[in-house]
Design a protein around this ligand. Structure first.
Ligand SMILES: Cc1ncc(COP(=O)(O)O)c(C=O)c1O
Length: 405
């Protein structure tokens, strides 16, 4: 099915023109994911705040903004990008465990929907900044619902003992404090249990806990408007699309009819299926019992396999030779952990052949670096059956040193 959106002839054309490695995104797939979310949640009418950390490309963010989505941002830099990409300030929320006073000031001056605070000290800082700016800061708390999302430990965030959020007990104290403050306006409560979550059950459990807590707060006179259930809905390894319907059923099962405005912060599930990383074969070699294909993309371009053991589907864009063999696809970086995929079954590619690493539209380019002094990859957007454009140029050697003094 993906070949419908990532046509081999078009991928060859893009790689020829833009060079490799290059990230290629399909606007159609990205929009299809957005439509799937809207449809699945139509009975709730939530506000979707696209989690920009997954992929903050202005071209993709602009598509989401035009669909009426807001943005979940986690730094001043992401807020800057969000505003530039066309997200409306009143649909932007600021999350993150360590926002600086400067970032808080930027957010309050921009007039965003609310700040998701993660500690009492942060709430006090927000209060100080708001007092200085003579505004009342719209506040939400990220609450740790102590739910296990059964995902990789690096992307598990909603269990006690993680650095994120505050407990329900602490949250209650903070809301009572905030309700008394002239500079704070408590408007919402949030959780985000983790990323690459494939079961709706942990969301249902966390949502029930959040709803019960919000009811308890209401009995103390604090009526919040927004129930934010975070992001994290997964994309199955090797799957071409992500279906948000089970998540929608779980969330609606708790919040439908409560009068609360539900917020979701999906990132990966929207952008991962929309992206492929194109890379060319440099060399083939054997190492002991293994066959290696050395390509021109590396862990600096796509770190997920090395960081989380993520498995991306890899395919030859053209044809290979002979019978299929098992290959490890590795990059030129000087780390044994530098691989894009292990144990991939392919016909033998000639040097120069093009490979596509699929499901790479999330946490691919946005987590890329210049490690080993490798300029970052270019990015291209497929806009129609045979149309595409470059949306970010490949970095140059000059870019590597541009900020050095
Ligand atoms: C607060 C918050 N919201 C949303 C997301 C998006 O998660 P995902 O891309 O898995 O949907 C994250 C990811 O870490 C997050 O930390």
């Amino acid at each position: 099915m993906l070949s419908k959106y990532f046509k081999p002839s078009l991928l060859e054309k893009i790689a020829e023109s833009a060079g490799t490695p290059v990230y290629v995104y399909s606007a159609a797939v990205f929009l299809k994911q957005i439509t799937a979310y809207k449809k699945a949640f139509s009975s709730l009418g939530p506000l979707f705040c696209y989690a920009m950390k997954a992929n903050s490309s202005a071209a993709l963010c602009g598509l989401a903004a035009r669909e009426g989505w807001g943005a979940d941002v986690v730094s001043g830099g992401e807020l800057y990008r969000a505003l530039k990409a066309g997200f409306r300030p009143e649909k932007i929320i600021l999350s993150g465990v360590g926002k600086t006073p400067a970032e808080l000031e930027y957010a309050l001056k921009a007039g965003i929907l609310f700040i998701n605070a993660e500690s009492f000290e942060e709430v006090q800082e927000i209060e100080r900044v708001a007092a200085r700016l003579k505004v009342r800061a719209p506040l939400s708390l990220r609450i740790n619902p102590d739910v296990d999302p059964h995902t990789h430990k690096y992307i598990t965030t909603g269990k006690l003992g993680s650095k994120f959020g505050v407990t329900f007990e602490e949250a209650q104290k903070i809301y009572l404090y905030a309700a008394e403050s002239e500079c704070l306006r408590p408007v919402g409560a949030q959780f985000h249990i983790g990323s690459q979550v494939h079961s709706a059950a942990p969301y249902a459990l966390a949502a029930r806990r959040l709803a019960a807590f919000m009811l308890k707060l209401a009995s103390r006179g604090i009526n919040l408007k927004y129930a934010d259930v975070g992001g994290g809905w997964g994309v199955k390894e090797g799957a071409e699309m992500s279906d948000p319907a089970p998540l929608a059923r779980a969330v609606a099962g708790v919040f439908a009819g409560t009068g609360l405005k539900v917020i979701l912060e999906p990132g990966r599930s929207v952008s991962a299926p929309a992206g492929a990383l194109l890379t060319r074969v440099i060399y083939r070699k054997r190492g002991g019992h293994k066959n290696f294909i050395v390509v021109d993309a590396a862990m600096n371009d796509l770190i997920r396999p090395a960081l989380y053991g993520a498995k991306h589907p890899v395919a030859l864009v053209g044809r290979g030779r002979g019978p299929e063999k098992i290959y490890d696809i590795v990059g030129p970086v000087c780390e044994t952990g530098d691989f894009l995929a292990e144990g991939v079954r392919l016909r033998e590619p000639a040097a120069g052949s093009l490979l596509a690493v699929y499901s790479a539209g999330a946490y691919g380019f946005s987590m890329s670096s210049q490690y080993n002094s490798r300029p970052r990859a270019a990015e291209a957007l497929i806009t129609g059956a045979s149309s595409w454009r470059l949306i970010r140029r490949r970095e140059t050697y000059k870019d590597l040193v541009a900020a050095e003094l």
